[in-house]
Design a protein around this ligand. Structure first.
Ligand code: BES
Ligand code: MG
Ligand code: ZN
Length: 557
């Protein structure tokens, strides 16, 4: 497996709007000379020192603590951390909780002042009944580790309460699960407001773990990596398409990879290989190119490689493929204009894949992983592919482009063919592929279409642990029949109108897969959060990044 250039160095003219935003916002949107060795700072460690922020009205200051309490029959019980605080304050915490109405319900939070000498603010978050180990029948169909999800939510509620109270430094109770706690807190602090005026941007407090137990600290660190990976995917998804072209996507990923490499024992374990148009042409990727040629923005096929097994470079990699349409207008089969702006997130699969590979490197995962993301825009133009055109994919199959809005499967067809050249142990692709899957599952779970029961079990288990669930969907021959074409080998849409739209899309992809260990995740339904979860708020979700990371981590142990 060739691991070529580690970082591409180039200079390009900077578009005026990018120059403007760069001035406004710092390096983030850089498109020119690559800066190598940018340190990757998490939201958690972003310092808002009082000296620099005290001049603004909404500056953060002071210290605060978040602790938890469980519900018991007719009362409540403090977590271990909360008990310590109560002990140190000679019972002041329990006294104050009792004075303020007693038990705090699950998902709720109560703010107190001057409980301890060092921290002006203290929030107590409700965790519900303590998990006694036996599965709770009322949640058995939820397909989720409820106690971990409760911790994520509670950590988010507590963190946001102190953030609203303008606390600069927060110490967080591990809530019996430091990893989930970190995830909830990190995810809750995400806000995409760097395009707004400075004073309108949310200030990000420092958050650290209250406990000094090294086991808790390790779990906390892992949770931070997971949460930050998802936040990176959210950021890419949320970024407007004029500020995240395929080229800027490559730059943003290369910049972050450069920072992460610095923290690795072996920096060469993580590399990026951006493949330009000429390379895509040389690979006979006629399906991908048919969409890319409709836009004046250059397409890229970005590869992110991670080598986790020092001694066994030949170990078969897991190949992750992500749809990277930086904007989907629908092309000549143009979409209705209402809500079209959401199609800036049609690169959610790509975002999730690159965030995953980087996180696996940070976690020192013992797997070899290759991330492949085809990047382009889907635009109507005089050069755009037209309905009824026939194009030929890398594997020689001819495709009738019945609808130019079914573009994701064309990019993925060629990239899946290419994925086989890495001799993969498994191929997993992720794509915001169909509106039909949003109709079927909404934001409840990402859909998994797979020819492998093992892969299904692994992904399902990972979703249970992370709370970012997946649900299995069928790959029946019925759907393969529905994509037959009278012009070409196959059509890019099903012939039964919109019926089973997500299933015919999956059946289409199956035409380009020759390994058994393959799974396709349709993530269109989970692309956006609508406020269902306290730790995700509203906006682009970055789902299911943590589940993908968890899946790969689990295969390596
Ligand atoms: N990117 C869209 C799917 C999508 C819809 C993602 C809503 C996120 C939210 C995809 O390219 C698309 O347009 N699919 C078409 C396929 C159809 C033309 C067969 C769809 O779902 O309508
Ligand atoms: Mg489309
Ligand atoms: Zn699309």
């Amino acid at each position: 497996m060739p691991l070529l250039t580690s970082l591409r160095i180039c200079t390009r003219p900077v578009h005026p709007i990018q120059r403007h935003f760069r001035r406004l916002l710092g390096s983030h949107l850089s498109t020119g000379c690559r800066r190598i060795g940018v340190s990757v700072q998490s939201a958690f460690y972003h310092q808002y020192s009082s000296s620099s922020s005290s001049t603004t009205d909404n500056a953060l200051c002071g210290k605060g603590i978040v602790v938890g309490c469980y519900e018991t029959e007719g009362g409540y019980e403090l977590t271990e951390c909360a008990k310590d605080v109560d002990l140190q304050t000679k019972g002041k915490l329990i006294h104050t909780i009792n004075m303020s109405g007693g038990p705090i319900k699950k998902g709720e939070s109560r703010l107190f002042y001057d409980i301890t000498e060092d921290h002006a603010h203290l929030a107590v978050v409700g965790l519900g009944p303590r998990n006694k180990g036996a599965p709770d029948v009322s949640t058995i169909n939820e397909d989720i580790d409820v106690s971990r999800q409760t911790v994520r939510s509670a950590a988010a509620v507590g963190t946001k309460m102190l953030q609203s109270a303008k606390v600069a430094d927060i110490l967080l109770d591990d809530l019996s699960d430091a990893e989930a706690c970190a995830e909830g807190s990190v995810l809750s602090l995400f806000s995409f407001d760097r395009l707004k005026a400075e004073k309108k941007r949310k200030k990000i407090p420092n958050v650290n773990l209250l406990s000094t137990n090294p086991v808790h600290s390790d779990n906390w660190e892992r949770g931070c990596v997971l949460g930050e990976a998802q936040n990176f995917a959210r950021d890419l998804m949320e970024t407007p398409s004029n500020l995240l072209t395929p080229t800027i996507f490559v730059d943003r990923v290369s910049e972050r990879v450069g920072g992460i490499r610095q923290g690795l024992a072996d920096p060469n374990a993580l590399t990026v290989v951006p493949r330009p148009l000429s390379w895509i042409q040389s690979q006979d990727m006629g399906a991908f190119l048919s969409i890319a040629k409709g836009s004046s923005e250059s397409p890229w096929l970005l590869e992110v490689h991670y080598r986790g097994t020092e001694s066994r470079e030949d170990k078969q990699p897991i190949v992750l493929v992500g749809k990277g349409v930086t904007f989907d207008t629908g092309g000549i089969s143009i979409k209705p204009s209402s809500g079209m702006g959401l199609m800036r997130a049609d690169m959610g699969g790509a975002a999730c894949v690159v965030a995953t590979v980087m996180a696996l490197a940070q976690l020192g995962c013992q797997q070899n992983v290759v991330g492949l993301v085809p990047l382009c825009e889907n635009m109507p133009s005089s050069r755009a592919v037209k309905p009824g055109d026939v194009v030929v994919a890398k594997n020689g199959k001819s495709i009738e482009v019945d609808n130019t809005d079914a573009e994701g499967r064309l990019l993925l067809a060629d990239t899946l063919c290419y994925a086989h050249t890495f001799n993969p142990q498994a191929i997993v692709d992720l794509a915001t592929l169909t509106g039909a899957i949003d109709v079927a599952l909404g934001s409840g779970a990402a859909a998994v279409f797979t020819t492998s029961n093992l892969l299904w079990q692994q992904l399902h288990k990972a979703g249970h642990v992370t709370g970012d669930r997946v649900w299995r969907m069928p790959l029946y021959n019925l759907y393969s029949k529905q994509i037959e074409s009278h012009l070409a080998d196959i059509s890019n849409t099903g012939n039964r109108s919109r019926s089973g739209g997500a299933c015919t899309a999956a059946a289409f992809l199956k035409e380009f897969v020759e390994v058994d260990e393959w799974a396709h995740l349709d993530i269109a339904g989970v692309m956006e959060s609508h406020g269902e979860l306290p730790f995700l708020g509203k906006g682009m979700s970055g789902r299911p990044t943590r589940t993908l990371i968890q899946y790969v981590m689990d295969t390596s142990t």
